[in-house]
Design a protein around this ligand. Structure first.
Ligand SMILES: [Zn+2]
Length: 373
């Protein structure tokens, strides 16, 4: 009951935002007034560098000529997670105010400090995605979180936050969201990747802060930090466009809708049973059965080794690519399903074929540009 009343409160709140937009038709972002049909790039000022240089996050706002939802798409909240930056570039190339109902607010580089330094965190060593809601008098991260939340996220009715795995760790494209909320679940399905995780909210995350404000939000995870991955980028581009279509912000595609994704029961990391040098033998997207060998850890002399085994049947949705491991290191992230994973494996394979980077991209995959290899 609590859940459904929360949902209806959320809907009312979002309706109010839309009504407000129709009443005055002016959207004010970081002090700039933007009218329907306008496109604007805004410098969102943050604390300057200690070199006297100013620093600003670039924000691109596209206001549709017709009213509708207001979606934010953000990337690089972890400054070294760059697939999302390219996803947003491709999306922005394709959206014009004439095509759009409602507004798109794109923030390709939220953690601009980390992005400049190839670093996940802010210069104060904090994780921006654990610093929400933040405070104007708090740490640097807390201040960035506070102004981003209050000046950008608060304007929006829906959101998508784009992430990748950490360094040396890659994720199979997946959506993490609060799937017990019906509207969020529908958006997650519309995104169109085969793996959905009903992920717990983490304290201090942007996702938790958005949910607190009744803004349905998806978190897209794909690929590895500091690397471009064409399949992950194509899947993300398609996903953002699919969500905009499902929200009525873009005209529906005549293509058949994406395959029905499967929701994982749970997911866990398989950790290293010992320190050593690992030879992984299962790819990302591979299927495990109970007792399967996922990798072998040996010492450099080759006179000792131990197998890393799968504790149950599932699909590898994340893994390390760094063979040098300490005992306890997270090696393989496995999603477990109630149904047998064969069906999911087939889905993952056919979906990867659609996104094959050796094939030129089409309008569903991002602007017909040559694939990044
Ligand atoms: Zn991240």
């Amino acid at each position: 009951m609590a859940q459904s009343s929360e949902n209806s409160a959320g809907k009312k709140r979002r309706m109010k935002k839309k009504t407000k937009q129709r009443a005055d038709d002016i959207l004010t972002v970081a002090g700039q007034d933007i009218r329907p049909g306008e496109v604007r790039t805004i410098d969102f000022d943050l604390a300057p560098l200690y070199t006297h240089s100013e620093l600003a996050v670039p924000i691109h706002v596209i206001r549709g000529k017709r009213p509708g939802p207001r979606l934010f798409v953000s990337a690089a909240i972890h400054g070294d997670e760059i697939n999302g930056v390219e996803i947003i570039r491709r999306v922005l190339k394709d959206i014009t105010p004439g095509k759009l109902r409602g507004d798109l607010i794109a923030i390709p580089v939220v953690n601009i400090y980390g992005f400049i330094n190839h670093a996940r965190y802010l210069p104060d060593g904090r994780d921006l995605n654990r610093s929400f809601p933040g405070s104007p008098k708090g740490s640097l991260s807390g201040r960035v979180a506070h102004s981003f939340l209050n000046e950008i996220i608060d304007l929006c009715t829906h959101g998508i936050d784009l992430h990748t795995g950490a360094r040396h760790r890659s994720n199979l494209p997946q959506i993490r969201a609060n799937l017990s909320d019906e509207e969020t679940l529908n958006l997650a399905r519309a995104f169109g990747v085969p793996v959905l995780l009903d992920a717990k909210l983490r304290d201090g995350s942007l996702r938790a802060a958005a949910v607190e404000r009744n803004v349905p939000i998806l978190l897209y995870e794909a690929g590895e930090a500091l690397r471009f991955d064409e399949v992950c980028i194509r899947a993300g581009y398609r996903g953002v466009m699919n969500v905009m279509r499902s929200l009525g912000m873009l005209a529906k595609s005549r293509r058949k809708p994406p395959q029905e994704p499967m929701i994982a029961e749970q997911s866990n990391w398989v950790r290293a049973p010992a320190s050593g040098i690992m030879r992984a033998v299962i790819p990302l997207g591979g299927q495990t059965r109970k007792g399967d060998v996922l990798g072998v850890i040996a010492n450099p002399l080759g006179d000792w080794e131990v197998e890393v085994k799968a504790p149950a049947e599932g699909i590898v949705i994340g893994r390390t690519f760094l063979p040098l491991v300490y005992e306890g290191d997270a090696l393989f992230h496995i999603a477990w399903y109630r149904k047998r994973s064969d069906a999911l494996l087939e889905q993952v394979e056919s979906w990867q074929n659609i996104l094959d980077p050796n094939e030129p991209s089409d309008d569903q995959q991002g602007s017909g540009e040559p694939p990044i290899v």
